[in-house]
Write a protein that binds this ligand. Structure first.
Ligand SMILES: Nc1ncnc2c1ncn2[C@@H]1O[C@H](COP(=O)(O)OP(=O)(O)OP(=O)(O)O)[C@@H](O)[C@H]1O
Ligand SMILES: [Mg+2]
Ligand SMILES: [Zn+2]
Length: 486
């Protein structure tokens, strides 16, 4: 017997076999039962999620010889012909190759004839977004004054390319990719019917890599059965998909947590050399990071990260997802991934990233991350995440305990916290007064203090401005054209 691909062999024959698309199925079943079927539908959604399948089921529901119902018999001549694609009252038109006005004219001529065998003539226009402007216009008139017993289904993967005038005359159904667990169930069902042994983990891996396309998942399953010589095991699926074993993925995450960029870059290089598909690996890492984020958000701890890392994980997942989509357009995916690994070096400066995300223009607040700066260790990371010292609170204590004059001089000065100490920028007129009180004041600060004249601060300011410019250049990947000193 000739071999039939799973996707064809298991094309759902009625609504009960369709996976996902619950809302669409429910609406169509109700419409059939209540006699409220529309004369024009748009079925929009990604490839292989059931647009053609559901169109054919609808055609059977309306043309089954046993009568109109939401559960066609699947045995009568009309049902079997629809399944085979040879029913004379159902036309599947590929708009990619029949996109012109003449094709639509031919279709419109056909409309005037009554159905030959069934109750309704069904026109499925596949890739309908490919129709020309003129063809759409010609179709528009038909949709405006629909002839009786004709139903149009415009299937498309690109809804935004369908003109609004057409959209407003159709009922639009948005098809969504089924979930990983629905796809898994779907595969399990096929394997059980085929009497093929499998393990759960293998199906999970296959479902994850089919990215929601049901047709793709059926083809992958076909491939896996052949690859595994008649069984579907985790090991054979891992090999077939080029999946990196989980312990290596976990180790990679550990290095991310340690912010060990060198090891990460080397690790990626090694996998590449060993022939693993880096896109697959990156997806594995991203999925795991995402799961860790959800885990630390709901529970205290993930497998590798803890609640403390929640914010870092949000940025990590964003950076990793971004790199994954960029890699698709990059001549070398590895470049995108290396860049992403370099980016995570800066994640510990959460304050900085948060500020940027808020769109803060206060770049002065943002410390430059010079390439000369030392690697950020776990310790300095924690240090940086500590809340800033509450200077007003300290001053208030000084006012109460040392007195109003000291307080007033400090308040007039600018106080800045650095990693090592606090710098008090005092006016020349009061600097010696503050210096006299240094030992008294110092006790109130958690770090040593340095008292310096305000003039110095001005110079400092200029330097800061330079850094701000550098920072902006780095962020926006710009070039310095002109810079005016004050
Ligand atoms: N929702 C679904 N439930 C069960 N099987 C499905 C579903 N969607 C797709 N399939 C399987 O995938 C195959 C292709 O589906 P279908 O032709 O309906 O996709 P489509 O959405 O029309 O895709 P395209 O945009 O490529 O035309 C079917 O034969 C069937 O085996
Ligand atoms: Mg289709
Ligand atoms: Zn029938």
């Amino acid at each position: 017997m000739a071999y039939i691909a799973f996707s064809r062999k298991y094309r759902p024959k009625d609504f009960s076999q369709v996976i996902g698309q619950e809302a669409i199925v429910k609406t169509l079943k109700n419409a059939i039962e209540l006699g409220r079927v529309s004369h024009a539908y748009i079925f929009a959604g990604p490839r292989g999620v059931g647009k053609t399948t559901i169109s054919r089921i609808l055609a059977k529901c309306l043309n089954c010889k046993e009568g109109i119902s939401s559960a066609p018999c699947n045995r009568c001549e009309n049902c079997t012909e629809i399944d085979r694609g040879s029913f004379p009252d159902m036309k599947e038109i590929d708009a990619a190759s029949n996109r012109g006005i003449d094709d639509i004219r031919a279709l419109k001529e056909n409309i005037n004839y009554a159905p030959i065998k069934g109750n309704y003539k069904i026109y499925i226009i596949d890739e309908s977004h490919m129709l020309t402007k003129e063809a759409f216009n010609a179709l528009l008139k038909t949709l405006e004054e629909p002839p009786q017993n004709n139903i149009f289904i415009l299937a498309t993967t690109e809804l935004h390319k369908i003109p609004d005038t057409i959209k407003s005359r159709c009922q639009i159904f948005l098809f969504k990719p089924p979930t990983v667990s629905q796809i898994k169930e779907y595969m399990k069902n096929i394997l059980e019917k085929e009497n093929i042994p499998y393990d759960e983990k293998a199906l999970e891996l296959l479902a994850q890599s089919s990215e929601g396309g049901v047709r793709d998942s059926a083809s992958l399953l076909d491939q896996a059965v052949t690859y595994g010589k008649g069984s579907v095991t985790t090991k054979s699926v891992e090999q077939m998909l080029g999946i990196v074993p989980q312990n290596l993925v976990d180790r990679f995450l550990q290095r991310i947590k340690e912010n060990n960029i060198e090891k990460l870059i080397l690790g990626l290089e090694k996998l590449d050399k060993e022939g693993f598909d880096l896109n697959v690996f990156w997806k594995q890492v991203t999925d795991k990071l995402h799961r860790e984020l959800i885990k630390v958000s709901i529970e205290e701890k993930g497998d590798i990260f803890t609640k403390e890392d929640q914010k870092s994980l949000i940025y990590l997942v964003e950076i990793f997802n971004q790199a994954y989509s960029q890699a698709k357009n990059n001549f070398s995916p590895k470049n995108s991934y290396q860049l992403a690994l370099l980016k995570i070096k800066f994640i510990p400066n959460l304050k900085k990233i948060e500020k940027l995300l808020e769109g803060s223009t206060d770049l002065k607040q943002i410390k430059p991350s010079s390439s000369k700066s030392k690697d950020i260790t776990e310790e300095t990371y924690k240090e940086k995440r500590k809340p800033q010292t509450d200077i007003p609170y300290i001053l208030e204590k000084i006012r109460k305990e040392i007195g109003g004059i000291v307080f007033a001089t400090l308040e007039k000065s600018k106080i800045e916290e650095t990693d090592k100490n606090f710098v008090i920028y005092a006016d020349a007129s009061i600097i010696s007064f503050i210096k006299d009180k240094q030992s008294q004041i110092e006790k109130y600060f958690p770090k040593p203090i340095e008292i310096t004249e305000i003039k110095k601060e001005k110079r400092q300011k200029n330097r800061k401005r330079d850094e701000t410019v550098d920072k902006a250049l780095e962020l926006f990947q710009g070039k310095l054209i002109n810079y005016k000193e004050e």
